[in-house]
Design a protein around this ligand. Structure first.
Ligand code: FAD
Length: 524
């Protein structure tokens, strides 16, 4: 291998950023060229738009991430204004539905909320930053526990994970304590209610600077570093094709979306980290088609509700002064009102679910002023149970050579169905959500199952496996079976049925792939 390898990375989300960072740190002569189809939204590449203080500026950044639905693209694509592009349970701010209702939209009737972000930093510029680690059967069996622990520790370092964010919040402690009472005797030691780990840097005023791909890039975007001198990021540049010859990948062909010009960029290694739908689509469009490509799609089915916190129970645990302090701190950053975030993690056999509990002063929808819980001074919690999907080859995305999407790629159709086993776990999770609500207060919104795709955590479509037996796309080091010099990254690699938020796991998997390929490129 050449002593000064050029590495092309497709996609600038947290996973592309992980590859760029680890490879440049490990290979002192390597260069990384990163291509991102969307625009750069913030001065610092890949920063979280949640950190933008000005609400209008934040909204504008989100709109620019929304690909074909964004204002400036709508007219050109012939999409009428009446097509719903964004809504609370359709596409979240900063994302766009794959089926946006216009010409060239994907077909997602069975998975209607499928969405993506198209911007520097990917979904990582919009994410909630929840970073719990996988446990029990959520871990991948062929990676041993010691290595998992090491990979997770490195992923936490790269993402700036905090285990005790908002730990001083009296409201958070009270919610945790009420949940512990409600679930007493049900959960194994160490897997009871706790603070949700999140990625970000606490600020002196008590607020949080949320992490995006920028923190993962780290020295690559700091002026004057050796890594920055060897890193180039091209935004608004769409990778159209992965070039290969006789099974060896040789580079990528890209389109500059500002000028429409195409060029082929030779590379010693190509890393595709362009999300769980568009990565397989790019591979497929390039003629790279392992049997499992796009199949085994999983996500977390989500059952949500909103509960008004019970005043009497809260007052026993939180003083008036503590409540006032909490509200004052939250008022400092009204545009990003995340304060106390609690959870009950996945554990087996009794609780194979994840519960996420977010405290908020107001419900996320207008509450009738006549409702008995309207204006509840103790606030509310928005709770969601994540329920796992068991991988099946029947669930996945198909590509159609005969029909092009709005970008000119083979169009996508998502096939997906819940099995009786999953329906049963959804019913169980709904009962547990009622139990959690009973511990905390009264429903202002009854539990309901969100449409398929709502989790935004799409997994399995490029799953890794221990053997090239047709049920996986990549080997245990993320190398695509049957091809050399080609790695894939992202949630699509996760082969297990799980409920844990996937980004930390995917960064850990990327660290593993990057370390191995760096050693190979270095000739070790
Ligand atoms: P992405 O971040 O999706 O980045 C992929 C990038 O590739 C995109 O920018 C895309 O434009 C680009 N791309 C696609 N095709 C091409 C091409 N052909 N050429 C060039 N570029 C291309 N996860 C958690 O773990 N915890 C959470 O709390 C959480 N909350 C979330 C909340 C929201 C609102 C959203 C939107 C997501 C959330 N997620 C969360 C999911 C998390 O953001 C993703 O897991 C993570 O961003 C995946 O990283 P990635 O780099 O694989 O892909």
């Amino acid at each position: 291998m050449t002593t000064a390898p050029t590495i092309a990375v497709v996609g600038s989300g947290p996973i592309g950023a992980t590859y760029a960072r680890v490879l440049l740190e490990k290979l002192p002569d390597a260069r990384v060229v990163m291509f991102e189809a969307g625009p750069q939204l913030t001065d610092r590449p890949g920063a979280s738009v949640r950190n933008i203080a000005d609400p209008q500026e934040k909204e504008r950044a989100r709109e620019r991430a929304q690909g074909p639905q964004a204002g400036q693209y709508r007219a050109a694509l012939g999409i009428p204004d009446s097509v719903v592009a964004e809504g609370m349970f359709t596409a979240r701010g900063g994302t766009h539905l794959l089926d946006f209702g216009g010409p060239g939209a994907a077909h997602t009737a069975q998975f209607p909320a499928a969405a993506a972000s198209t911007n520097v930093g990917g979904m990582g510029a919009h994410w909630t930053c929840a970073t719990p680690a996988p446990s029990f059967s959520e871990r991948i069996g062929f990676i041993d526990d010691d290595e998992w622990d090491d990979l997770i520790a490195e992923a936490e370092r790269l993402l700036h994970v905090r285990h005790a964010a908002f730990a001083d919040s009296a409201i958070s402690a009270a919610i945790s304590s009420l949940l512990a009472d409600g679930f007493a005797g049900m959960l194994p030691d160490g897997y009871g209610p706790s603070t949700l780990p999140v990625a970000g840097d606490p600020q002196p005023d008590g607020s949080m600077a949320w992490a995006g791909a920028d923190v993962v890039l780290g020295p690559l975007i700091e002026a004057g570093t050796s890594e920055a001198a060897r890193f180039t990021l091209h935004d608004l540049t769409l990778v159209r094709r992965i070039e290969h010859d006789g099974g060896r990948v040789t580079g990528v062909t890209v389109e500059d979306l500002r000028t429409g010009t195409h060029r082929t960029v030779p590379a010693d290694l190509v890393v595709v980290a362009a999300d769980s739908f568009r990565s397989p689509q790019l591979l497929w469009a390039s003629g790279i088609r392992p049997a499992a490509l796009g199949r085994y799609l999983t996500e977390h089915h989500v059952v949500i509700s909103t509960v008004a916190l019970d005043g009497e129970r809260m007052a026993r645990l939180v003083s008036e002064d503590e409540l006032a302090r909490e509200l004052a701190r939250r008022a400092l950053n009204p545009a990003d009102p995340v304060g106390a975030v609690n959870r009950i993690p996945f554990s087996e056999p009794g609780h194979p679910f994840s519960l996420q509990v977010m405290y908020a002063e107001n419900p996320p929808f207008p509450l009738d002023p006549a409702h008995p819980a309207a204006g509840n001074r103790w606030g509310y919690v928005n709770m969601g149970y994540g329920v796992r999907k068991h991988p099946r080859v029947e669930d996945g995305v198909r590509f159609d050579e005969g029909e092009r999407d709005y970008r000119g790629f083979p169009n996508m159709t998502i096939e997906y169905a819940l099995t009786p086993a999953e329906e049963a776990e959804i019913a169980q999770a709904t009962a547990l959500l009622r139990r959690a609500a009973g511990a905390l207060g009264d429903f202002v919104a009854e539990p309901r199952l969100l449409p398929n795709g709502s989790s935004l955590h799409y997994m399995g479509t490029m799953r890794m496996g221990a053997a090239d037996d047709g049920t996986s796309v990549a080997d245990p080091y993320s190398r695509v079976w049957g091809y050399s010099h080609l790695l894939v990254g992202g949630n699509g690699l996760i082969p297990t049925a799980n409920t844990v938020n996937p980004t930390l796991t995917s960064v850990a998997i990327a660290v593993r792939g990057a370390r191995r390929v760096a050693a190979e490129l270095a000739g070790n």
